[in-house]
Design a protein around this ligand. Structure first.
Ligand code: UD1
Ligand code: UDP
Length: 357
């Protein structure tokens, strides 16, 4: 059995890391194919270094571009590699353009496909990620769903139950494997001169938020109100896409919002797990805040992580004034919810089911 692990962005590197470790542990033949969708040091290499991952055997270096252009370059590059170094199965994770290209290439070559984090649905087709998820799920042979909710969505779309495995989410494996390490390898709180539970963490990068001046201004305006009301600094490690758009729109950062470079995973885990509140439009950050029992307000109109809302860990606020109201509510949370994303053995279950087919 030979597995090709196809990845290309920050969250894919993080969420695939437990699967890579599992392949190493079980002595399974595998290689990493990196599309190069993310390439800046702090969006890419830092995670390979911190998570001690082997280098990618192939890197397509596709870089940034319009959806069609970027996906087309990946599709051509992945196909070429899969033909010359044919695996029995490819594994992709999530809903990026890398996932779309990987599943399309493998599907046409009749190579088996395993989709990690299958069955997420926002039911919002304006999101590029929703298109990517649906296509990935419908071309996959093994669908590794994080929860029973995801499994239900897949069954409702007519995907045979034999193809679906509820494994939990590898985000839990990664968080458990690295949180302790992060505590002695780094001290980001000291570096930023902040104290436990006396700051808020924010991340924003979704196209629908950062490519719209109105939504991005609405979010920054809410940050300003939250700072004035609670007096807690908002630590904002900024995604390069957001930095670029704030520059293009000529927006100013409100008082109390501390802009910093994107952090390494170990630093970010530490920052998240000691925060008073998290404000985010990130999928992975919604999940991690739920795992660490830190209340979360989601800066979107919907979420494909409904489990976080159901357990009381998250409120979906959009990009306007509701952010302030929901921040107030979540600040009062007792944070007693259970993590719905599994026990931290998702990678083991994924590899087990990939190998046995
Ligand atoms: C992509 C995914 C998104 C995921 C996110 C994780 C798609 C359609 N989107 O969004 O689902 O949540 O990754 O972070 O696949 N840039 C850099 N350096 C980098 C990468 C990007 O400067 O290493 C800048 C470039 O200006 C680029 C922009 O960020 O144009 C957007 O990058 P892109 O990969 O297209 O999308 P993301 O917004 O990162
Ligand atoms: N993350 C990180 N440094 C940061 C911000 C986020 O390491 O400065 C990690 C975070 O812990 C999570 C992942 O990046 O595991 C989420 O990635 P992102 O928000 O880019 O994408 P999404 O999950 O929305 O697809």
């Amino acid at each position: 059995m030979k597995i090709a692990i196809i990845l290309g962005t920050r969250p894919e590197i993080i969420k695939m890391s437990p699967i890579i470790r599992e392949c190493e542990k079980q002595g399974i033949e595998y290689y990493i194919l990196h599309t190069g969708q993310h390439y800046s040091y702090e969006m890419d290499k830092i995670f390979f270094e911190q998570l001690k991952l082997p280098q990618a055997k192939y890197n397509l270096d596709v870089g940034s571009g319009k959806h069609g252009e970027q996906t087309a370059k990946m599709l051509a590059g992945i196909e070429e590699i899969l033909v010359k170094d044919r695996p029995d199965v490819i594994l992709v994770q999530g809903d990026t353009n890398t996932v779309l290209a990987g599943t399309l290439a493998a599907s046409k070559l009749q190579i088996k496909i395993g989709h990690v984090e299958a069955g997420l649905r926002s039911f919002d087709r304006t999101m590029p990620e929703e298109t990517n998820r649906v296509i990935a799920d419908h071309t996959s042979d093994y669908l590794f769903a994080s929860t029973e909710t995801s499994k239900r969505y897949l069954l409702n779309e007519g995907i045979p139950k034999e193809k679906i495995f509820v494994t939990g989410n590898t985000v839990v494996d990664a968080a458990y494997q690295n949180l302790e390490i992060s505590k002695y390898e780094t001290n980001i709180l000291t570096k930023l001169s902040i104290e436990e539970k006396k700051y808020i963490v924010a991340t924003v990068h979704r196209a629908e938020n950062v490519d719209s001046k109105e939504r991005l201004s609405g979010i920054l305006n809410a940050f300003s109100h939250i700072y004035k009301e609670f007096g807690l600094p908002i630590i904002f490690p900024i995604h390069p896409r957001t930095a670029k758009m704030i520059g293009e729109f000529g927006l100013k950062f409100p008082e109390g919002t501390r802009l910093i470079k994107p952090l390494g995973y170990l630093e970010f885990l530490q920052l998240e797990s000691s925060a008073r509140l998290i404000l985010t439009d990130s999928g992975g950050v919604q999940e991690e805040s739920c795992i660490f029992r830190i209340p979360c307000v989601t800066l979107r109109d919907n979420t494909e992580r409904p489990e976080t809302v159901e357990v009381g860990a998250n409120l979906v606020a959009g990009a306007g004034e509701k952010i302030i109201e929901y921040a107030r509510k979540m600040m009062e949370s007792d944070c007693e919810w259970e993590n719905p994303y599994g026990k931290g053995n998702a990678a083991e279950l994924t590899i087990q089911n990939t190998v046995t087919g």
